[in-house]
Design a binder for this molecule. Structure first.
Ligand SMILES: Nc1ncnc2c1ncn2[C@@H]1O[C@H](COP(=O)(O)OP(=O)(O)OP(=O)(O)O)[C@@H](O)[C@H]1O
Ligand SMILES: [Mg+2]
Length: 264
């Protein structure tokens, strides 16, 4: 999807969400959310359990519609192109807008190398050559700060890795298709502090290359990794602001109540 937005590169919006609502059956989970995620920023989404963070995230790369009763209204523009327009392939879209889930989800029967290469099959123009695949796998593993730990066992099973390594492997798998946007849904929730630190360091490195949207329950993590933070409540976006401001001088009393621990 080529960029169509003519605004200066530094301020371009990668994902422009317009009046987005999402349902499971008759039950609304996201209500009229409008929000923009800028190119090459790390944005965090916080809010109490069940407020619709994961659902919003899953609408951004059309994962929501994989739930049978799910429905979406509104628009999501990726560099100006509506990802819900006729003729947009959700599979192709997910190459541009990659996703990593809470629990590490490597393909258990595949090697480390093949896990990273798994998304390449759906790239336009057929599968890359073996040498090209090796090059892409190495680059993705280097970008996800895992290369040095796995370079001597690329053919070994991915389930022999630690949880933190598996999560970085999943990030490498998402990066292998060179996405413009990376969606992370509580990526460190099941990790120990050292692995969490590695993933956070990685996000810091990636911020100059991709747009990252991270859902987290950990407000300290949001404060550490993101430049802007969105607060959601009961399916609605309450506010989005530069992270430092949201945590020190939120505009909305509900945000203040949440960040000071008065509910959630
Ligand atoms: N597969 C599903 N089928 C039906 N309802 C669902 C499904 N997934 C989520 N919901 C409902 O949609 C609403 C939003 O859920 P969502 O998972 O987006 O919240 P969340 O903010 O990510 O919560 P958490 O912090 O616990 O992960 C909740 O009311 C939830 O019960
Ligand atoms: Mg969730």
């Amino acid at each position: 999807m080529p960029p169509t937005d003519a605004s200066p590169a530094a301020t371009r919006t990668a994902l422009d969400v317009q009046d987005l609502s999402a349902w499971f059956g008759a039950q609304p989970a996201v209500r009229g959310v409008s929000v923009g995620f800028r190119e090459r920023e790390v944005a965090a989404i916080i809010g109490p359990s069940g407020c619709g963070k994961s659902t919003l995230l899953r609408c951004l790369n059309r994962m929501h519609e994989t739930v049978p009763t799910a429905r979406v209204e509104g628009r999501v523009l990726l560099f100006g192109t509506d990802v819900y327009a006729d003729g947009i392939s959700p599979i192709a879209l997910r190459r541009h807008v990659g996703m990593v889930f809470q629990r590490p989800s490597p393909f258990p029967t595949m090697s480390i190398r093949d896990n990273v290469a798994a998304g390449l099959r759906v790239r336009g123009g057929g599968a890359p050559s073996r040498a090209e695949t090796d090059r892409i796998v190495e680059r993705a593993l280097r970008r996800s700060a895992l290369w040095d730990e796995v370079k001597d066992r690329l053919k070994a099973s991915a389930i022999g890795l630690s949880g933190g390594q598996q999560q970085r492997l999943c990030i490498a798998r998402a990066l292998a298709t060179e996405p413009a946007v990376l969606l992370l849904d509580e990526p460190t929730a099941s990790l120990d502090p050292i692995s969490t630190q590695k993933v956070e360091d990685l996000l810091y490195e990636l911020r100059s290359e991709v747009t990252v949207v991270i859902v987290t329950h950990n407000m300290q993590q949001a404060a550490r990794v993101s430049s802007s933070t969105a607060f959601m409540l009961a399916g609605e976006l309450v506010e989005m602001a530069p992270t430092a401001r949201l945590f020190t001088a939120p505009a909305d009393a509900r945000t203040e109540a949440y960040i000071t621990g008065r509910f959630g």
